[in-house]
Ligand binder design. Structure first.
Ligand code: HEM
Length: 197
């Protein structure tokens, strides 16, 4: 899945690997002044989907596990996840304006009729980590209380947003989606329906 993208764009692997070493040394150790441009460079790669980034993250995390350096893994895995989500958000924003996909305001004709318990990273039900949706006529408002969460709309291609403490997201009725924590955190869901008035 990733090989065609890399093989189509990297002509000098030594230079690419050196660039990535510089990137991580800058990110983790502030050892140099990295002067690359990851955002526009990834934005120009044709045909990327969130699945590519998931596969990239899987390989990254397998590699950091093999290093057997737990403290390093605990630092760089979440960094890689955040960057992957940001690269993907930027990539996607070229296709359709974010405002058409992600709604944060609750329309005035909706009213909250119930709230979920507070979900934390260590007690996130599998039902929320797998694709699910609300019933017809039920909107969900995800309110991030702390930490950060990757929210994925299971469309083709999937669309992902990083929700951080203080943000909220309106989820339309019957819209397949799933969530996963990036770091420790907590959120709550308000369920809304149309005000009978
Ligand atoms: C779908 C997943 C990804 C693919 C297919 C991918 C592919 C590529 C390719 C082909 C390039 C070379 C671009 C060029 O020189 O024109 C590149 C550069 C780079 N990538 Fe990725 N990448 C992915 C995800 C990531 C992630 C998640 C990170 C960081 C955590 C990352 C960090 C970088 C950096 C630092 C560069 C160098 C940018 C520069 O030259 O300024 N990549 N990537």
């Amino acid at each position: 899945m990733l090989a065609p993208v890399f093989n189509g764009h990297i002509h000098d692997w030594d230079a690419h690997l050196q660039k990535l070493v510089d990137f991580w040394a800058w990110l983790v150790l502030r050892q140099n002044d990295f002067t690359g441009e990851p955002m526009p460079k990834h934005a120009r790669l044709p045909g990327l989907t969130w699945r590519h980034f998931e596969q990239w993250l899987k390989l990254f995390e397998e590699t950091t596990s093999e290093l057997d350096l737990q403290a390093l893994k605990a630092v760089v895995d979440p960094m890689a996840q955040r960057i992957a989500v940001r690269l993907w958000e930027h990539y996607r924003s070229q296709e359709r304006p974010d405002t058409q996909i992600w709604q944060t305001d609750i329309p005035p004709d909706l009213a909250v009729y119930k709230s979920s318990p507070v979900f934390t990273h260590d007690k996130l039900p599998a039902a929320l980590r797998n694709t699910h949706s609300t019933k017809s006529g039920v909107w969900g408002v995800v309110r991030m209380l702390s930490g950060s969460l990757v929210f994925t709309l299971d469309e083709d291609p999937p669309r992902t947003i990083l929700l951080e403490a203080g943000m909220q997201l309106l989820v339309q009725p019957q819209t397949p989606h799933h969530v996963e924590f990036v770091s420790e955190g907590s959120f709550q869901i308000d369920f809304c329906s149309r005000d009978p008035e």
